[in-house]
Design a protein around this ligand. Structure first.
Ligand code: PRP
Length: 205
């Protein structure tokens, strides 16, 4: 059976595919997949899922390997083998607020997709905040008055800028990472080693 690789859909998917092509792999079946969520190449079977679900498919052994953001790993802390950083998907975690907003002494409301990271961050600071969980487009929350600030990943900074938000504090850096199912690594080591080594080699160049 071909090794199964779970890919995070969206921005990371595009970056992974150019990286994968640069390693000499044929990506045509992957770029021409349309709305299909499962695609096979000569060597691998790929599945396409949202970041948190990539970790689930890898943890439960449906996928042998996964490509996922370090931010997702930090938030979920799944039971997978975190193999190595990949040379794309660089981003940082930041607290952002509306431009010119002054922080009051009242209890702060913080909107985020990353509730565990947010909780740990404010606990470390010794600040008590109320965290409001959102699934996306978190930049809306301060603009619409749902929250005083957001905790979110910033890559280019365009989303913050175009929504009138500014960074208050940056506190973590991430890149995309290669993860593996713990038993796949033992049982399918021979089959997986070539691709792991290739991804690693490129990273070290
Ligand atoms: C992420 C993040 C920001 C944006 C940052 O959202 O939540 O909104 O990217 O990127 P930038 O600094 O390059 O503008 P994503 O595109 O994953 O969509 P989402 O809002 O649905 O989570």
């Amino acid at each position: 059976m071909k090794p199964v690789i779970a890919l995070t859909k969206g921005r990371l998917e595009k970056q992974f595919l150019s990286f994968f092509a640069s390693l000499g792999y044929d990506i045509d079946p992957l770029t021409e997949k349309g709305r299909k969520l499962r695609v096979e190449t000569d060597e691998f079977a790929f599945i396409f899922a949202k970041g948190p679900d990539v970790t689930t498919y890898v943890q439960y052994g449906i996928a042998d390997l996964g490509i996922v953001g370090g931010d997702i790993l930090a938030e979920i802390q799944p039971d997978v083998y975190d193999l190595l950083p990949l040379p794309f998907g660089q981003c940082r975690m930041a607290v952002a607020t509306e431009k010119g907003k002054s922080w009051s002494n009242q209890k702060k409301y913080i909107a985020s997709k990353y509730t565990a990271i947010t909780k740990a961050f404010f606990k470390d600071k010794g600040e008590s905040v109320e965290i409001i969980k959102l699934e996306g487009s978190v930049e809306l929350a301060p603009i619409l008055g749902l929250a005083d600030a957001i905790v979110d990943i910033v890559e280019t900074g365009t989303t913050l800028k175009e929504n009138g938000l500014v960074i208050d504090e940056e506190f973590m850096e991430f890149s995309a990472r290669l993860i593996a199912n713990r038993s796949s690594l033992k049982i399918k080591r021979k089959q997986l080693n070539p691709i792991i080594e290739k991804l690693q080699q490129k990273e070290n160049e």
